[in-house]
Structure formats: C-alpha cells, structure tokens
Design a protein around this ligand. Sequence first.
Ligand code: IPM
Ligand code: MN
Length: 378
Amino acid sequence: MTRTYKVVVLPGDGVGREVVPETIKVLQAAGDVANGFNFEFIEFPCGGKYYKETGKEWPEEAWEACKKSDAILFGAIGWPGAIKPGGALAGIDILLGMRFSLDLYANLRPAKLYEGIDSRILGKSSKDVNFIVVRENTEGLYVPIRGTLDRGGVEELAVDVRVITRKGAERIIRHAFDLCMRRGGAPADGKKRVTCVDKSNVLEGCRLFRKIYDEIAENYREIERDYVYVDAMTQWMIRAPEHYDVVVTSNFQGDILSDLSSVLIGGMGMAPSANVGEKYGMFEPVHGSAPDIAGQNKANPMGSILSGKMMLEWLALKHRDTSCEKAASIIEDAVAQVLIEGKRRTPDLCYGRYAGLTPSTTSEVGDAIVEKIEASSF
Ligand code: IPM
Ligand code: MN
C-alpha cells in the first residue's frame, strides 16, 4: 500500500510565504517521479503578521495538526512591529515551542558548497566544504529559565541560565556519531570525524558536555575524535573547512556557528535545516523572514527546498522508505544541476563568476528545479 505522509505547512512571515510554496512544488514533483508515496499537505497561517491581524501567533488547530503530523515544513517568523507585551517577537514561541514541546532535540545544519557557487572564502571550492553542524536544540541557553529584576523602577538585572544535562548531551552527541557513520568523512582526508565544540576551558556545562562526548566516542572506534574551543572554531571553520565532517555543540554555540558556516556555501539563502527528535520532525531554512525583500519574489528558495530534501531523508530513515530516499536524491541532483548550469539563480547568488547575470525570481528557480526533476532518469 502506498504510504501517505501528512505534512503540516507553516509558511509564516515574509519570504517564508514565497520559498515554502516552491518547496511544495518541488516535493510534489520529486514524489511523483520517485512514485512510492504520497503527500497530504495541511497549511496554516502563523507568525508576526498573523499576530498583528488576529492577536494570536497561530490558530489552535495548527498545534493539534502538528502533533498528528508525519513532518512539519516551516518557513520563517518575524514581522516589523509584531511584538508581544513584554517585548518578545511575535511568532518566536511557535518556533521555540515546537522545538521544546515536540522534543526536537537535534538541529541539523549542513554546510555543503555546491559546484556552481563561488566560495566567498579565497581558495575554497565545493571539494572543501561538506560538514554538518549538529546543534543541541532543547537546552543550553534556550531553556526558559530567565528573568529580570526591577529595583525602584530601574531595570537592574537580567539573568539567563544555561543548562546542560547528561540526557541532553548524551542524545545529541550520540545523534552526531550515528550521523557520522552514515556520511563519507571529511573532505580533507576522507576520515570520519566528530568535532566537539565547547568552551570547556571556562564553563562547567561544557566540561560535562566534553566528558560525555568522550564516553560516547568509546563506542565508535572508527570515528576520529576532535576537540576545539568555540572561539577558535570561528576561525578554523573558515580557514580549514575541509577538516570538518560532523560538528557537535550546544544550543547557542550551534546557533552562531551555523550562521557563520553559511558564508562558506553561498549565504543564508542556501542553508537548510532539520529539527528532529524521536517522534517528530520540523524542517526550515536557516534564514529568517527577510522583511526587506519580502513580497518581491527574489528570495532564494534553495535553503527551503533543501530542507524539504532533509525531510525526505528523515522520513526515509524513520519509516525505512526507500522511495523517500530516492526522492531526496532526485531533489539534490536537480538543485545541483541548476546551480552547475548557472543560468537560473536569485540575486544573492549573482556574484563572482555570475556577477553579470540577470537574476531569476524565486518561482523561476523553483520551476527550473522542477524541470530538472521531471527530466530525471529515475
Ligand atoms: C535559528 C534562529 C532562532 C534561534 C531564533 C529565530 C529564535 O536564529 O533558527 O537559528 O535562535 O534558534
Ligand atoms: Mn540562528
């Protein structure tokens, strides 16, 4: 019997509303070619703009639907002026709420430079950049244990507590090692390597994290151990990206490193991500809602489309569904071909060799990928 995957679609704000429809188009096309499963897409509005219009961040049914979903496709949240009482960005509770409530403890952020994109780092090419940041997603500085203190009407103090637990560290580090086993190793030497990024020269939580890393590494003898402090990592990642294969780190550090890594792959428009746990998965481009270019059909849909590809890979693994695996590689091949051909790209990729090119729109890039998928020989 053909399996039907229920996918909740939350385009959210700004360019999220432009890149997500392209992703659905592409997923549908790849599903048709792979021919072994169906999608049922269920879409809901949400985010800052929706909050301004309705006073709610999302409809209640959306949350119920997420809990019944096979996967969630997310765009972006954040809209100018959409601030909740107390100062929080309207929509942020959807994103963080899903990560915590659905226990999406692993935030996977690949940094892969495709041929046909010029590296912004001198001397690096697609042969050098293919690592993945495995960011812990349910603790660290993101636990909602924080507060402020007013004395005599003066805002005197603000505290954010950084929590590292044995359970949290164990499961993310194990996830990183398991993922490493399925990958091809670091570009520099083909070695399987999991790099532990921390600040264990200063922070207790990081010392525990590193200790647990060592315990888990014992069970993966074919994987090389590697340690680097997070401050040093910001330069090594740029100077020698070819050394890295899987990079595992705590929440806030992973947040920063994953934005930094996007510089290596053509910018934030190219960066996909997966937020996954034992039961649920949510897939979103790393970029935000980009209100400055929203509504102009010029955002790069590839970060979102490649997040869709990650969704298929996750479904493939979870349900042992080889047709999802096939659809995922069809999508990646199509994106790679469009990039190598070099004719269709959004303005963010029109630099270097492509500086003189007339930029394509978001939907033209989506169409170009769909064309490749339909022509693919699977
Ligand atoms: C990200 C974003 C979020 C985060 C924000 C929007 C809460 O920066 O997904 O990296 O900090 O995790
Ligand atoms: Mn971030």
